[in-house]
Design a protein around this ligand. Structure first.
Ligand code: ZN
Length: 264
């Protein structure tokens, strides 16, 4: 919000960072996920990535040296979810921190009774609500291959989109034309089904991490939407339809294209 205000008051808006053609070609060659986009979508992604490189700061943690190719890969994968939603949806991200490997975070929480809970976890990525995207570089390198539904960048960006209305709860603001009650019903039913399956020792059709919280369900199913929509349609068809419409900016892609372009 502050950046927007500053831009309005001062006209400050960093110029997009030029991306050279060879680097872009290399990126597309390495990432089947981006190669599957239409030429116009690729062009749009190129433009958004140039803006991302201009107005987000990148830092390497624990001595990791960051080069242009690494930043471009993160930028393109981060912009993919907002191709149709619009670049504004990434406003909350101010900086990207890359770790050379999985990283350990320490949490300290105080509950309603005043007790302090401390713990630590090994993570591949984390989205902080004060504007930092934290990613383990080896996990970013795995993202975008489409052989599994794992994509740490899309996962963390989904949390950022989720938090756009002030809470990590799996219910992001919806584009115009989408039905909030329908969304809530479809996601709640699928979340409950997944948890019941796990309780009954039934092999889940998607990563069981999705069952840990509604925000994780939204983030994990977003990974499936982009990387393996076929698996998501099999497991939770109603959620697959909601996400297809959400990431199309509220447009009903099935009606517009007779299913063409649904492969991604
Ligand atoms: Zn998560």
């Amino acid at each position: 919000m502050f950046r927007k205000l500053l831009a309005l008051l001062t006209g400050w808006d960093p110029a997009p960072v030029p991306i050279d053609a060879a680097s872009w070609r290399t990126l597309l060659a390495e990432l089947p996920l981006l190669r599957a986009l239409s030429p116009s979508e690729q062009q749009q992604l190129h433009q958004l990535s140039a803006r991302f490189l201009a107005d987000k700061h990148f830092y390497g943690a624990d001595g990791l040296e960051i080069d242009d190719g690494m930043m471009l890969r993160v930028a393109a994968l981060a912009c993919l979810p907002v191709l149709a939603l619009g670049y504004d949806w990434l406003d909350a991200i101010r900086e990207v921190v890359l770790y050379p490997d999985l990283f350990i975070v320490h949490h300290r929480e105080v509950d309603e009774l005043g007790f302090v809970h401390e713990g630590s976890a090994t993570l591949s990525g984390e989205a902080w609500d004060f504007g930092t995207l934290v990613l383990a570089w080896p996990e970013v390198q795995q993202a975008g291959q489409r052989h599994d539904a794992y994509n740490v960048v899309i996962h963390e960006v989904a949390h950022v989109l989720d938090n756009r209305n002030g809470a990590f709860n799996g219910f992001p603001p919806l584009p115009a034309g989408m039905d909030r009650a329908r969304w809530t019903a479809d996601f709640s039913a699928a979340f409950d089904t997944l948890n019941r399956q796990l309780d009954a020792d039934i092999e889940p059709q998607i990563d069981p991490y999705a069952a840990t919280a509604p925000t994780e369900f939204f983030a994990v199913t977003s990974e499936y939407h982009f990387e393996r929509p076929d698996l998501l349609r099999q497991a939770f068809p109603a959620v697959a339809r909601q996400l297809a419409r959400f990431y199309a900016g509220g447009k009903d892609k099935d009606k517009d294209t007779d299913g063409i372009g649904q492969a991604r």
